[in-house]
Structure formats: structure tokens, C-alpha cells
Design a protein. Structure first.
Length: 388
């Protein structure tokens, strides 16, 4: 049976460019910190990947606008950003942190921990996928020291207008630290640290056809100079002292190769995604389900739908039996039985959230994949058990 993979917001298949680079990197066994030529060969791969990712963030690597710190995943990059700036905060008095009510658990749970440590965490509503700027302005009546907003929501595809939010924050409190979780938006929508007014940006390899086990945090040079962030992995001082530990050379090299390829094909990919989204929306419109379309900007790659009283897990397994893979919420939260916070924040009831599926595309998907999905969904809607 042909497998149809429509869960690309959870992870993506490896690109040929990533596979080739991994094969090459497997031969470069040196430790990138070693001074001999085997070490230098490995270091060269890491440096090339760093350059590609900085370029894709709209930076000129030699200008030293900031550094890119490789980590083991997006979650680790975000933990470094949030705990790293909170623990460096002795010099500041404010303890208030701003975020949204629909962050990925890597941000939401890190901030829960900071809240338990005495920080005040204020969550700005994102009803219908739109960041409430009025609530943001009201929250800025009192000083904040840190803000963490996601670029694109991983369950609904909503684009939150982080640039506008961070500009308002910086206007009021220039010293405030701004972190953006750009895991779902990197290389899908254009941005740079300057257009976002972001000091810290999280990205992750496996959402971009690179292997799992590699992520990165961009840190502005102003943050570093002012020592506004401290590492929590300490040791040999790799990655500008911000993340000790020998680098995952194979994963990093593949991340760089994938990112380079995606950047070069950006325009064609964006057109393919827009066309595929339109095709999918037209087809889904004939089925008995509701598309949870964000009220303003959204990424074409992610479609969230609510089924007519059919549990998402029941449908997910029925689709899986037909070789079609989607998700019943973010891959991380699908381990818990709690309805998705993102969908509740969007405005769905717990019952609706329980009956919602996420379909997410990559460049590799075709109209034939959508046809197969809709046929299988239609069969499921006619035959599967409905809940009250
Ligand atoms: N942030 C967002 C918005 C995500 O969708 C994910 C993964 O699903 C992450 C962070 C975590 O990235 P990683 O799986 O690399 O830790």
C-alpha cells in the first residue's frame, strides 16, 4: 500500500540533499573542536551549515549580527532561550513574562516552570488565530523583561504578527528580551531578526527535511554582549560558550544542506503550497466537516478540521489503515488526553477539539494525495461511530 504522509508539521521525510550530506559527513569522523585536519574537516561542515542557516535568516554571516547555536532540537533551543535569559536576570528587577495562550508545549511548559519559580506569566489571547493586540497593550502597562511568541501556530497554521507585537514591546521597554519560536514558519514565511524585532529565534531541522536531533537558537550580538543570556549546558565551551557538548556533525551538516535547498527553491515551493491548499479546500468543502480557518493570516501548509462528532483518534486510525497519516493535535500533546490548548485558545469547545484533525503538507505532496485523503475521510464520516 502506498503511504501518504500528511503530517509534515510533526516531522518531515529526509530530503535527498540531507541524505547525501549525511553520507558525506559520516566520513568526517573528527571532533570539530580538534585542531588536527580530521577535526578541521568536521568543523568545516558545521561552519558551512551555520552559514546556510544564518543566510536563510536573512543575515550576512560575516557581519556578526548574532550567533547561531546548534542544539539537539527546537525544544532545547527554546529552553536555552527562556531559562538562559531568566537565570541571567539577576541584574533586572522586572519578573513579568509575556506569551500567547497557544504556544507549543516547549514554550508553555518552560514558562509554567518559571511561573513556579516566582515569575509572573501573562498569556495573550489568540482567539480565531489572531493575536489580541489590545490585550498586549494592556499587559504592557507594567514592565516586562521577556516575551516569547510563536511565529506560526503548529495546529492551526495561524500567523501571529510577531513583528508588530515585538515592536510594541520594544518601543515601551527597549531592554525587554524577545524570543520567537519560528519552528513552523522558518523558510515558509519571510522574516529576519530585524523584521521580527527578535533577540532570540528558535528553529528545528526535522520540520525542514533534515534528520531529528538538531535544532538551533539565533542569539543577537547585543544579547551576548550585555550577557543577557547564560548557558545551561556547561563544559567545553562549544557553540560560543552557549551550548557545551560535542556537536552532532552529521545532523548539523544535513540541516545546512536542507535549508540551502529549500531557500533556493522558495518561490516555486510557495506557489505549489498555495495551489495545493486551494485544491484541498475545494475538495474538503464537499465533506461533512468544518475547516478551522484562522480569521487573518495563515500558512497554507496546515489545515485543521473538525469532524461531525467523530473522535479524531478514531478517524486517525481509520485513515492510517488506508495508509494515510495525519495528526490529532500536535505530536507532543497527542500523548496526553487533555484537549489541545491551542484549539481551545482558537475558540473550539473541548468536544470539538476532541474531534479535530490536523492535515499538514510538504512540497512532496500532490493533488493525488488530497484525493486519497478525501476519499478515505468521506468513507470514515459515513461509517465511523459518533460520540455525544
Ligand atoms: N515549536 C513548534 C511550534 C513546534 O511545532 C515544535 C514541534 O512540533 C517544536 C517547537 C519543537 O521542536 P522539536 O521537535 O525540534 O523539539
Amino acid at each position: 500500500m502506498k503511504e501518504i504522509y500528511l503530517d509534515n508539521s510533526a516531522t518531515t521525510p529526509l530530503s535527498e540533499a540531507a541524505k547525501q550530506k549525511m553520507t558525506e559527513a559520516m566520513e568526517r569522523y573528527g571532533n570539530p573542536s580538534s585542531l588536527h585536519s580530521a577535526g578541521q574537516a568536521a568543523e568545516k561542515l558545521v561552519a558551512e551549515a551555520r552559514e546556510q542557516i544564518l543566510l536563510s535568516l536573512g543575515l550576512r554571516p560575516r557581519q556578526k549580527d548574532g550567533v547561531l547555536v546548534f542544539t539537539s532540537c527546537g525544544t532545547e533551543a527554546t529552553s536555552l532561550a527562556l531559562f538562559g535569559s531568566a537565570y541571567a536576570k539577576e541584574r533586572r528587577q522586572a519578573t513579568r513574562i509575556l506569551t500567547t495562550d497557544s504556544e507549543h508545549p516547549s514554550v508553555a511548559r518552560a514558562l509554567d516552570r518559571l511561573a513556579a519559580d516566582g515569575f509572573e506569566v501573562i498569556r495573550i489571547p489568540t482567539k480565531n488565530g489572531v493575536l489580541d493586540l489590545g490585550a498586549l497593550d494592556a499587559a504592557l502597562e507594567q514592565k516586562i523583561f521577556l516575551a516569547s511568541f510563536m511565529l506560526v501556530n503548529n495546529e492551526t497554521g495561524a500567523i501571529y504578527g510577531v513583528g508588530e507585537a515585538f515592536r510594541r514591546i520594544k518601543q515601551r521597554y527597549p531592554e525587554a528580551i524577545t524570543h520567537c519560536d519560528a519552528v513552523q514558519g522558518f523558510l515558509k514565511i519571510p522574516f529576519t531578526p530585524a523584521t521580527l524585532s527578535a533577540d532570540l529565534i528558535t528553529v528545528s531541522g526535522h520540520k525542514l527535511h533534515a534528520p531529528k536531533g538538531v535544532g538551533a537558537l539565533y542569539i543577537s550580538s547585543a544579547m551576548l554582549k550585555a550577557k543577557k543570556i547564560v548557558p545551561f549546558l556547561v563544559g567545553g565551551g562549544q557553540e560560543d560558550g552557549m551550548r557545551s557538548g560535542t556537536e552532532n556533525v552529521i545532523g548539523i551538516a544535513a540541516f545546512g544542506a536542507s535549508v540551502k535547498e529549500l531557500r533556493e527553491q522558495k518561490t516555486a515551493r510557495a506557489e505549489h503550497m498555495r495551489a495545493l491548499r486551494q485544491y484541498a479546500e475545494d475538495k474538503l468543502a464537499s465533506l461533512d466537516l468544518r475547516i478551522n480557518r484562522p480569521a487573518r493570516d495563515y500558512l497554507p501548509h496546515i489545515i485543521n478540521v473538525t469532524l461531525p462528532h467523530i473522535k479524531s483518534e478514531t478517524m486517525l486510525h481509520a485513515l492510517s489503515a488506508d495508509g494515510i497519516f495525519v495528526s490529532s493535535g500536535s505530536a507532543c500533546s497527542s500523548h496526553s488526553h487533555h484537549p489541545s490548548d491551542s484549539l481551545l485558545a482558537f475558540g473550539l469547545t473541548p468536544h470539538e477539539a476532541d474531534c479535530s484533525l490536523r492535515i499538514s503538507f510538504s512540497d512532496y505532496n500532490t493533488e493525488a494525495d488530497i484525493d486519497a485523503l478525501c476519499a478515505s475521510l468521506s468513507k470514515g464520516i459515513d461509517t465511523l461511530v459518533r460520540i455525544k
